[in-house]
Write a protein that binds this ligand. Sequence first.
Ligand code: F6P
Length: 389
Amino acid sequence: MVLGRSQAEGACGQGEGGLLRMRARGRLGILTGGGDCPGLNPAVRGCVLKAAQAGFEPWGILDGWKGLMEGRGRPLTREEVEPIVGWGGTILGTSRTNPFQVEEGRGVESCLRHWKAWNLSAAVVMGGEDTLGVAARLYQERSLPVIGVPKTMDNDLSATDYTFGFDSSVTVAVDAAERLRDTGASHHRVMILEVMGRHAGWVALFTGIASGADVTLIPERPVPWLDLARQIRKVHARRSTVLMVASESISLEGIPSRDQDGSQKKDAFGHSLLKERGVGEILARWIQQETGLEARASVIGHIQRGGPPTLFDRILATRVGVAAAELAEGSQFGKMVALEGSRIVAVSLQEATAKLKLVPPDWWSLLNSVSAPELGSGEREPHGRAQEV
Ligand code: F6P
């Protein structure tokens, strides 16, 4: 069984018991919401297999909250999920629909209506801050028995050490960065890889460190642009090429850019669509102007979100999927399963969605030790809900 944080001494709690329970516990809804990421399918698989063993009837809700609002769902069987441990994406589909944003409470009322029509006894919600934020509100405001499973390639959920999806996405980005290094070295260019990461710089940070980038730009560590230009010239003088990794969400204050007219499109949760900012391209143009060096930018974008999950993500996703079914079995609702050290624990869903996990300054000094130093002394609140950039 899954342990609460305070009970988590000693045992890991995965897969205890395991006896086939024949007692019917009703229908357990499972949905995946928000941006997809590798690991969702093994998480769904773990949840379905454990739930079926515990006596639930697993019920797939299609396309996240949108499917609950529109009454689109179907049974999930052992046979369907058994082969999906290594599949990318999500067999349930996903959306960025926010039922609380649908006019006059109609979205939430539709969710409740279909919940009742399907006779769900509980639901496991797999998502990031937005999807789980909706789950937390439905639990608190409408008493829906929900359990959260954290997923996001951004790794920015504060109540868990890692989210599945992150390891797979960074693995793909590191491969891309290394390819850029090769071609950059041949042409003696400055190569910039723009990676995803909506509020936090975890993806850029790990990609930069693991690919040996010369410069890594994350939103938490603002960089004085003149220092950056100086560093780029220095590295280029030494090695005739420069590899840079930049998060899509860094501030471009001080560099003329397209996003300063405030006209970026927003999603249903009010977040700007960051890919439209063109961070990599803006940096490349600016570097050419400031340093006279030839610069090229590549955006990895959604390539980072596809493909098979890594070993780490398959194991983590399976563990949290199974743990969520165990919480449902124990009627522990309003909780989210989380990775704490090497253990899976249960934390409050409300606590888990209250703030984001940004990159704290101790990571910056590691970055300074292994890449261009002297960059970034600016401070930003390391733990708290990030400002929209
Ligand atoms: O939240 C995950 C994420 O991949 C972010 O890193 C990125 O900014 C965003 O989703 C992109 O969203 P969409 O898939 O809706 O374009």
